[in-house]
Ligand binder design. Structure first.
Ligand code: ARG
Length: 274
């Protein structure tokens, strides 16, 4: 059974701006609506048979709700994120505490290089399941030194590391524009990447890319969570729903408008535990 770590949105808000989506004065958040949307997302996962673990939110850490950025988990080991912006750096302590008290070994090899956890680190496989890749997004939030660090080969010895450069500031984390599903199929918003890297994913890694149109990408259609043949995506992404259907997946749409105001959606609100 899949398990996801989520953080309750008690202290969620948009109070500062560290990405172009966050405009605290012009686009205020409705906090009670955010709570209802988060509750509905939890219910959606529960209905799919996913177990949800909840870490409490903390005052003055409004982005802690985006647990995808806490780190990357493999078995009972976790690499904790090193947040780029001072606004999010204190989250590391609280996530670290949670992992330690839940029996995880904390693996630390990143020194002072910034790297923002599963938000910039996605696992995907070729159509026959082999090889498996660890896709690492870089430059907006995660440094080149972090994504090319040899430590990844020890952490995930069976995976091939492939860094992906992100080029559009609205798609600043890899999980905002790319989502490997199953059987070598992935959702992607190509303009967020270098064309030669898109070609490599298709031709060398053998991926079938479901190319999401701009209108859906801007509703965070790629920020999706795949559970067997179901893919949880933000509400209102009709073209993506059809793309998924044609590839044999069922889209489950859920409203996350309040979180998009901070630059995150379904996937950013979760961290896969094993
Ligand atoms: N406001 C948060 C930030 O800028 C949003 C994080 C979204 N998380 C993600 N995994 N894409 O850091």
């Amino acid at each position: 059974m899949a398990t996801l770590l989520m953080c309750n949105p008690l202290f969620y808000d948009v109070t500062y701006s560290i990405n172009p989506w966050m405009r605290p004065t012009e686009v205020p958040t409705d906090r009670s609506l955010a709570q209802r949307q988060w509750d509905q997302l939890v219910q959606t996962f529960t209905d799919l048979g996913v177990r949800v673990e909840v870490i409490p939110g903390r005052a003055n850490l409004p982005d802690m709700v985006f647990t995808a950025n806490a780190g990357l988990v493999s078995g009972k080991r976790v690499v904790l994120a090193r947040f780029k912006h001072p606004e999010r750096q204190p989250e590391r302590h609280f996530f670290g505490d949670w992992f330690a008290t839940h029996g995880y070994t904390i693996v630390d090899f990143l020194d002072d290089h910034s790297w923002e956890g599963a938000g910039d680190s996605l696992v995907g496989a070729a159509p026959n399941g082999q090889p498996e890749y660890l896709y690492l997004g870089h430059d907006f939030r995660s440094d080149w030194q972090a994504v090319t660090h040899p430590g990844w080969r020890t952490f995930l010895p069976t995976h091939r590391v492939y860094p992906l450069k992100l080029v559009d500031p609205y798609f600043y984390h890899l999980d905002t524009c790319f989502c490997p599903l199953q059987r070598g199929i992935a959702l992607i918003y190509p303009p967020a990447f270098l064309p030669e890297q898109i070609a490599c994913l298709e031709q060398e890694h053998g991926l079938t890319l479901l190319k999401v149109p701009e209108a859906d990408a801007r509703k965070f259609a790629c920020n999706a969570v795949c559970v067997d043949h179901s893919v949880v995506i933000p509400a209102g992404c009709g073209a993506t729903r059809e793309l998924l259907r044609s590839a044999g997946f069922e889209a489950i749409e859920t409203p996350v408008t309040e979180f998009i105001k901070a630059g995150g959606a379904c996937k950013c609100l979760t961290l896969r535990l094993e």
